[in-house]
Design a protein around this ligand. Structure first.
Ligand SMILES: Nc1ncnc2c1ncn2[C@@H]1O[C@H](COP(=O)(O)OP(=O)(O)OP(=O)(O)O)[C@@H](O)[C@H]1O
Ligand SMILES: [Mg+2]
Ligand SMILES: [Zn+2]
Length: 152
């Protein structure tokens, strides 16, 4: 069945197949308050999905996501897909994808880690496990498996 839950957009980004209830966190990552006030943002929560049962969807006009934001979304919502819309058509569609190393997206939870001292050292993790995702700090080796506040 054709999905008509949200108004079509001419140009922008669709983040679909977001795990149920995670769209508000995705909006926080995108930083909707910083967006151009002429861009419509539509959000659907708890939409029936063939693939993942229930899902959320976010559609943002006139915006493309930075790689850093895509990484943050991938940690939070690994089932999400990102589609680029140009002139009402899907120009590109890809699953979010975690690179082997993730820098500057979330802080290390170890307060003694060098990335939490008064040093200009950006946090950096390597992927220790993929399903479910576990990250390891490249400086202090602390493992992280809670991604509720990326880019906070
Ligand atoms: N003009 C548009 N405006 C807003 N959203 C769009 C537009 N065209 C496509 N989409 C959305 O972009 C995503 C990808 O589009 P596509 O037509 O490939 O969806 P689909 O056939 O439902 O595929 P799937 O759900 O398997 O990714 C879907 O979420 C769709 O709703
Ligand atoms: Mg679909
Ligand atoms: Zn660390």
């Amino acid at each position: 069945m054709r999905e008509l839950k949200l108004t079509p957009i001419k140009n922008g980004t669709v983040i679909d197949h977001i795990g149920n209830g995670l769209a508000l966190e995705v909006l926080r990552i995108i930083g909707v308050r910083e967006l151009d006030k002429d861009s419509t943002v539509s959000v659907a929560l708890h939409v029936r999905s063939q693939k993942i049962g229930w899902k959320d969807i976010v559609k943002v006009e006139n915006m493309e996501l930075s790689p850093r934001k895509v990484n943050a979304i991938a940690l939070l919502a690994p089932t999400a897909t990102i589609s680029i819309i140009r002139d009402f058509k899907v120009r590109e569609k890809r699953p979010v994808d975690l690179p082997d190393r993730i820098a500057g997206v979330l802080p290390c939870p170890n307060v003694n880690c060098i990335t939490n001292q008064r040093e200009p050292v950006e946090s950096e993790f390597e992927v220790a496990r993929r399903r479910p995702v576990v990250l390891r700090c490249v400086y202090c080796e602390r493992l992280v498996d809670d991604f509720r506040n990326p880019l906070a």
